[in-house]
Design a protein around this ligand. Structure first.
Ligand code: HEM
Length: 407
């Protein structure tokens, strides 16, 4: 593969990650009974209501009112200058919005500075794997989460997937950056803005004739949907790293979880639904994520857009097969089949045979002389994927939509 096409492959990987975070997926979500106990949450207690019927009351009411009042363009313009966690909110915001944002930007009492510092170490050590996993595991998985696929497809951002992906990539970049939740970081800002975006989508999508025809629910992005997407991110990533036998000290694993627990809280997920441990996260994911995965026309279309992202540079000749093979390798034959991803006679066997030893060499678990020939190829892929993942996340303004996708 020449440098140019490899670059494309990796660029596509980064973009995919963005998609995953976004909630780009779509249709009939099999609903299972909610039996997960709030005793396993960061709150430790709660009423235990099925989050399928819980949204984000305060934000939803407020943003619906901003939309009805025609305030959204002015608010977006003002918020473009609000980028850092410790920055005062811009003057001129409507008083009710300012009041809400001042509260929404506060870290919860359970935020743990030491864990956040350890999370920085983890993100720095594991940045290469994280880039690939956010991109190709979480990102492609988002296309087989029916409710997410449909919401993304029919909302305003669905009309320009590249732009949308770069905005979503921003969240993945911000949470992994050194000062994520520190005063000079941007993760708190990104989460609070995204919370407002989701609230707008809840108000707007029910007015889309296309979405109402395709969707099974009246109001999108429930607390349950948000946890489904959350599990497609950190839970899936940690499950893969564990399956690959990447050695991760317990403190780093907990710290990574903590950074995502905080992210969930700032996105408006209620503490009683956020798992307190990986064991609780795995149990919840088994209940809410695994059973809903399914193909939809919107998701298949989105996956195709994602797999073709490298085509700008190499016409898709190399990037598409490689991305397809990685998707099959990471998510399995069933999901690859749903997404109409063809089998790759060279890449499929190569990944199956060489990925395990490649990880073992990288982690110092296998002596270097036994490294497979593909070692450098994979290593180069990871490096470039991580780099491009970061470059996808160039500073971009997350804005509250005030329309749906036009058609
Ligand atoms: C927008 C992240 C859950 C649907 C966004 C954006 C981010 C994001 C960063 C801003 C990007 C932009 O403006 O385009 C996340 C994360 C989630 C989550 C981290 C869970 C932890 C969901 C779920 C759905 C969803 C569950 C739907 C079921 C959307 C839609 C938009 C959006 C439709 C954008 C609307 C537009 O501008 O057209 N999300 N999201 N998200 N998200 Fe999510």
């Amino acid at each position: 593969m020449d440098n140019l096409s490899r670059r494309n492959v990796l660029k596509a990987g980064g973009a995919l990650g963005a998609l995953g975070a976004l909630g780009v997926v779509a249709p009939a979500q099999a609903s299972t009974e909610w039996t997960w106990s709030p005793a396993g949450s960061v709150a430790g207690t709660g009423v235990g209501a099925d989050p399928r019927w819980v949204w984000d009351e305060e934000a939803d009411r407020l943003v619906a009112s901003l939309l009805d009042r025609g305030d959204v363009p002015k608010v977006n313009e003002l918020l473009r200058t609000w980028t850092k966690n410790d920055q005062p909110l811009p003057a001129g915001l409507p008083a009710d919005l300012r009041d809400f944002m001042e509260r929404a930007r506060r870290l919860p009492h359970w935020a743990d500075r030491d864990k956040l510092a350890t999370a920085v170490e983890f993100n720095e050590k594991r940045g290469l794997y994280l880039g690939v996993l956010y991109g190709l595991a979480s990102g492609m998985m988002s296309t087989v989460i029916p409710k997410e696929a449909r919401a993304v497809y029919y909302s305003q951002g669905g009309a320009d997937m590249k732009d949308r992906i770069s905005k979503t990539a921003k969240l993945g970049y911000d949470i992994g950056s050194r000062d994520a939740y520190q005063p000079g970081g941007e993760m708190i800002v990104t989460c609070v803005k995204t919370r407002l975006v989701h609230a707008a989508v809840r108000h707007l999508l029910p007015q889309s004739p296309y979405w109402t025809k395709a969707a099974e629910e009246e109001i999108p992005i429930s607390q349950r949907d948000m946890m489904v997407t959350w599990h497609s991110l950190p839970t899936t990533v940690m499950q893969k790293l564990t399956a690959w036998e990447v050695p991760i000290p317990a403190a780093e694993s907990e710290a990574f979880l903590h950074s995502w627990q905080l992210g969930g809280h700032l996105l408006g997920i209620k503490d009683e639904y956020i798992p307190v441990s990986w064991a609780e996260a795995d149990a919840q994911a088994e209940q809410v994520l695994d059973p809903v995965l399914a193909p939809t026309p919107e998701g298949v279309d989105l996956a195709d857009i994602l797999l073709n992202l490298g085509a700008d540079i190499d016409g898709g000749v190399l990037s598409k097969p490689v991305l397809g093979a990685f998707t099959r390798f990471l998510l399995g034959d069933r999901i690859a089949g749903w997404l109409h991803i063809p089998r790759e006679p060279i890449w499929d066997p190569l990944l199956n045979a060489a990925w395990g030893p490649f990880i073992a060499v990288r982690e110092g678990l296998l002596p270097f002389p036994l490294a497979p020939e593909s070692y450098w190829l994979f290593d180069e892929f990871l490096r470039r994927a991580a780099l491009l993942y970061l470059s996808e996340a160039r500073p971009i303004s997350i804005e509250i939509p005030d329309t749906n996708r036009p058609s």
